[in-house]
Unconditional design. Structure first.
Length: 887
């Protein structure tokens, strides 16, 4: 049975990437489908068909925002179910396509009309997609099978296969409660753009897997009945024993004369000969320095059947060679180099004089002496080598000796991974004795991503990415329990899964407790961002409903923009915060009718008395709603001034009449007031020629308190007023285009602007350091802002587009580099929220991120799986051969 690795970092990353891309993917599909439906409506000859297509287009447009978020969730659920099924079906044979179709056809009689229609639409959607995605899908099937840990391609286990994503789309369309006819129109209009987007998705996931070093799995050839294999070179055989007829497991072959041939299964071409060439020599297995080919170690770890095919007792010559090597290791230990504390102190001084992002990585390998006060006996490389040779002398099978070499090779690979800080890599080197003892019991444990020992290494490595300064107090607090765990494992005379699992559990419990404290600190910021996103989505829907109102005709643009942008947010906020289940909380929806009527001059002049009655209530409700939303008075002055201009003709008419009545009664005379004597039509503005329509907000609007909670004031020099006269209410100041608004000037130090709450601006020097630049600051003083060229802008956007939730970055804050994690991003990639140590949020717009990337004040951190990378680097390339350890 072949275990399927559905929880590997590669699979998780692929799933995350697919979910991330699903939102924009379906949004483009809906846009194309809407255009297709409108075109079909225009050309339809039947009135009934035109009405039906128009209804379908309107309904699709209405559900666009919901589909954007809903499809991503549907894809995530569908992939999760597919992975669960893959675990149980990995050992099953893929059903024949024809048989599966027959089964489906024969069961149609048992389905109701809706289910039959759904089956037909699913078939149509897949049939449209398959010719388009065929090439990209075949490549993805092969890569995904490798990522799942399968030796051959299993297209039926690909969690991203078309039927999974097509069914996720159909389930989403069916959840809106529209008629079967409407859903059918949707599916037909979506089919072609969905196929194109599916191809783009498959190509993106394929590139992701290839960039992580995944190689394509092999396709298993199925012979027809009575067929035979093509002849192979003399001496190559199949798995087990084969004969001339091709019987036998795997790719059977024949030796000359049809005699049985013994060998290892061939991968392709003359694969059997290459496998035989990789079979270990006993003299190589006895070495302290791994001498067996790295490709053999990779084959040993990745192929579960290797042990059953090749394992056998070790010959006497092996033990003689081991005894000689052990004696040499004991002699070498007497004059082995010891740890140099003075050199470490000098290195510490040099490092602390540099910025954390400029410090050179310290070299660590299995031959490196470690601090004895931290690691005890395991600090000496000679002691670790002696443990290796003693265990090799106790080995009884080839698999045990090869497993010991695999541990030493992979520990060396992990120790050389400069993405991980040196103290963490030293911990992995110090853990080698415990890992070697584990290999005696389970030689292939490094090939199992669920094994507690491998999970312990990966867990510590991933946790270490939270820190970027090995000399910081918080990093020492992280390393102290790690060192305790390593020492306890090394002190055990025998290794076990439970021992590694217990240490991992203790560390994870400690980490979770630390995370709870930070989670509480960042929760307010995340709540603000999530609520703002939900509010903006609902506001966009309210604005779209406003655009359908019949009384919106002949309404001034400034009023329509106010409804679409500001007032839709007020209504959305009131509905989301209402606790009593009211239909119109606050009366903010009802006031729209009076507002629209009050700005239509012809209607108002017919009923001036009504205007005097409704205006006070309208203004009071508007100001109350905007205050509830968190809008400041200066942000809405432009709108209220415009509203006053539209009300002024009637109010002026009343003042003029009152003045004339007073003069007629002899109480006073009519003043020569130009505002009263001005013709009424002089202050009117031209009405829009076209009916106004809403624009979907690129990013959610946040009030000042929400911005502070989310950390927006942490990276700018203050919050500029929103550009109300341009109709912009969604954080216009943050993308105003002025560098000083978001990223401080770097050419000369300036006084740090006042912080808001606990938040401080990014890239501002601390007051105590003004005028006294650090040594490392010289490398970070960029040229004053200049418009980036197309290539540079493309590079910045490419870096930003690769960021996903959970990714780490180095972020420069007040002259200090902080390690921060991307914890949230808006659906359209316009807003980002990073969280650094202590749960401190740092939120910014896309424009800010691009500027910080350009000035190298935001640097993504490669935190891909450490053990996976070490396993992928197992090869016989020249670069890998030079990495062999020395003792």
């Amino acid at each position: 049975m072949q275990a399927v690795s559905t929880n590997s970092p590669l699979i998780k990353r692929s799933r995350q990437e697919a979910v991330f891309l699903a939102s924009s993917m379906i949004d483009r599909c809906v846009e194309a489908a809407s255009a297709a439906l409108h075109e079909a409506e225009r050309t339809a000859k039947s009135m009934a068909t035109r009405i039906e297509l128009g209804d379908a287009a309107a309904a699709l447009t209405k559900q666009r925002a919901t589909m954007r978020t809903g499809y991503a969730a549907s894809v995530d659920d569908a992939i999760g179910k597919a992975l669960n099924e893959a675990r149980s079906q990995a050992d099953a044979h893929k059903p024949e396509k024809g048989g599966r179709m027959l089964e489906a056809d024969s069961s149609l009689a048992l389905l109701d009309d809706a289910e039959v229609a759904r089956f037909v639409e699913a078939s149509r959607l897949q049939q449209t997609a398959m010719p388009v995605v065929e090439h990209a899908l075949a490549r993805l099937d092969s890569l995904m099978s490798s990522a799942l840990g399968l030796p051959v391609v299993r297209a039926d286990l690909n969690p991203l296969r078309p039927e999974i994503l097509c069914n996720a789309l159909l389930e989403l369309l069916g959840s809106f409660g529209e008629s079967t006819q409407i859903q059918s129109h949707w599916t037909r209009a979506l089919a072609r753009p969905f196929a194109g987007e599916l191809q783009r998705l498959y190509e993106a996931i394929g590139k992701l897997l290839e960039s992580q070093g995944v190689e394509e799995a092999r396709y298993r050839l199925k012979l027809t009945e009575g067929g035979s294999l093509p002849p192979q070179k003399s001496g190559t055989g199949g798995s087990g024993t084969g004969n001339a007829s091709g019987n036998g497991s795997g790719s059977a072959g024949s030796a000359p004369g049809g005699a049985p041939g013994q060998g290892v299964p061939a991968t392709s071409g003359d694969g059997g000969a290459s496998r035989r060439a990789l079979f270990p020599h006993m003299g190589d297995l006895a070495q302290a320095r791994p001498a067996v080919p790295q490709a053999l170690i990779r084959d040993f770890l990745y192929r579960p059947q290797w042990v059953s095919e090749n394992d056998e007792p070790l010959p006497p010559a092996y033990y003689e060679a081991v005894t000689a090597q052990l004696a040499g290791a004991i002699r070498a230990s007497s004059h082995a180099p010891s740890f140099d504390e003075a050199a470490q102190a000098r290195q510490r001084l040099r490092d602390k004089a540099l910025s954390v992002v400029d410090r050179p990585a310290r070299a660590v390998d299995v031959a490196t002496p470690l601090p004895p006060q931290q690691w005890g006996e395991a600090a000496q490389p000679a002691a670790r080598t002696r443990t290796l040779m003693e265990l090799k002398s106790q080995a009884t099978k080839i698999s045990q000796a090869l497993g010991l070499d695999a541990v030493r090779t992979l520990v060396s690979q992990v120790a050389g991974d400069h993405r991980v800080m040196a103290p963490v890599r030293e911990a992995f080197v110090a853990m080698e004795p415990a890992l070697l003892r584990m290999a005696m019991k389970d030689p292939r444990f490094f090939g199992d991503d669920h094994h507690p020992a491998r999970r312990l290494i990966e867990g510590v490595a991933q946790r270490s990415f939270k820190y970027n300064d090995e000399y910081a107090d918080e990093f020492e607090q992280f390393m102290a329990p790690v060192r305790d765990a390593v020492r306890e494992l090394n002190d055990r005379p025998e290794a076990s899964n439970s021992a590694f699992g217990a240490q991992l559990e203790q560390l994870e419990t400690r980490w979770q407790a630390e995370d709870v404290v930070e989670t509480d600190a960042q929760e307010a910021g995340l709540r603000s961002m999530h609520f703002a996103q939900e509010r903006q989505t609902l506001a966009d829907k309210v604005a779209w409903e406003f655009s359908l109102r019949s009384d919106l005709d002949r309404v001034p643009v400034v009023v329509a923009d106010f409804l679409f942008q500001d007032w839709s947010l007020v209504i959305a906020h009131a509905q989301l915060t209402d606790k009593r289940g009211q239909l119109d909380p606050g009366g903010y929806l009802a006031v729209v009718t009076d507002l629209l009527w009050s700005v239509k001059r012809e209607a108002v002049l017919k009923e001036p008395r009504r205007l005097f009655e409704v205006v006070p209530g309208v203004l009071q409700t508007l100001r109350r709603g905007l205050e509830m939303l968190g809008k400041e008075a200066r942000e809405t002055d432009t709108f209220f001034n415009a509203l006053m201009r539209y009300h002024d003709p009637v109010l002026r008419l009343r003042r003029l009449r009152s003045a004339r009545d007073a003069e007629a009664s002899g109480l006073t005379r009519l003043d020569d007031d130009s505002s009263l004597l001005m013709p009424l039509d002089m202050e009117t503005e031209a009405l829009p020629l076209e009916r106004p329509s809403p624009r979907v907000a690129e990013q959610p609007w946040l009030g000042r308190h929400e911005r502070v909670a989310a950390g927006f004031d942490d990276h700018g020099s203050g919050m500029a007023p929103l550009e109300a006269d341009e109709g912009m209410t969604s954080m216009a100041s943050l993308d105003s285009g002025h560098p000083a608004d978001e990223v401080s000037r770097f050419a000369e130090p300036e006084p740090a602007p006042a912080a808001v709450g606990d938040f401080v601006p990014l890239d501002q020097p601390e007051p105590a350091l003004l005028g006294a630049p650090r040594i490392s600051d010289a490398a970070h003083v960029p040229v004053p802002d200049a418009p980036p060229d197309d290539a540079e802008l493309a590079r910045q956007r490419a870096i930003l587009e690769r960021l996903r939730t959970g990714d780490w970055v180095d972020l420069r804050v007040r002259g200090q580099w902080r390690r921060a994690q991307l914890s949230w991003s808006s659906e359209n990639g316009s807003l980002f929220m990073f969280v650094s140590r202590g749960g401190r949020p740092h939120s910014m717009t896309r424009r800010t991120c691009e500027k910080l990337i350009r000035t190298r004040h935001l640097r993504p951190v490669d935190a891909a799986a450490v053990v996976d990378k070490a396993l992928r680097r197992l090869s016989d390339s020249p670069s890998a051969e030079h990495e062999h350890v020395t003792v």
